[in-house]
Design a protein. Structure first.
Length: 210
């Protein structure tokens, strides 16, 4: 994006290349792709960017504009209420747990009505989901600041996956080579027990908290 500067103020924000009139002279849209940064600056057009706030954790306030080699707009921020954020996080945990359990509720109903017993792996998984839900709610209750909430929703992990190979015939195989990647995982939506009925990811090796 660019900004047209007139009298040391932003007269217009140009979000996509377009024809523009400066001091009575109309310039074609291709100046934004063909002209250098310095040439654009000579007629009062400078790169423009906005630095917003993370609306998950902050309310956005008044904008401040700084004009230098580029135009940067920043916004004041106010922290959202910690108690409200925690309430929403716990509600999400409860909803996720209920959704995970709902997938095998039919097995429980079938067994209760005299049908096939629930597989032991599924029974153990359902118990683990309930335990994980309770643990997550307790962890959320213990959070006391925005920084702690942000850390809980962006916990660093290292994931190891097998490298995928595709043969000329289109056959896919994995490994033995592996590759690592850094990830940030929310403990609200991540870190749940593995569903024994879920399809196995052939590339997955490990996921380790840093």
């Amino acid at each position: 994006m660019w900004a047209l500067i007139e009298n040391n103020t932003v007269a217009k924000v140009i979000r996509t290349p377009q024809s523009v009139t400066v001091n009575g002279i109309q310039y074609p849209r291709n100046i934004f792709t063909r002209w250098s940064k310095e040439e654009l600056a000579d007629i009062g057009i400078k790169p423009y960017r906005e630095v917003g706030v993370d609306s998950r954790y902050y309310w956005q306030g008044q904008a401040t504009t700084e004009i230098g080699d580029e135009v940067v707009v920043t916004y004041a921020s106010t922290e959202r209420d910690v108690a409200d954020l925690k309430k929403n996080m716990k509600a999400q945990v409860k909803a996720l747990a209920a959704s995970k359990l709902a997938e095998t509720d039919w097995m429980v109903v079938r067994a209760a009505e005299g049908g096939t017993a629930v597989p032991e792996a599924v029974t153990a998984y359902r118990s683990a989901v309930r335990e994980a839900s309770n643990t997550k709610e307790a962890e959320i209750d213990a959070l006391t600041s925005i920084d702690e909430i942000k850390a809980y929703e962006a916990k660093p992990y290292v994931e190891v996956r097998k490298v995928k190979h595709t043969s000329e015939e289109g056959v896919e195989t994995y490994g033995p080579e592996t590759e690592e990647s850094n990830r940030e995982i929310s403990m609200v939506t991540g870190g749940w027990p593995v569903d024994p009925l879920a399809e196995v990811d052939p590339a997955f090796v490990s996921l380790t908290a840093v």
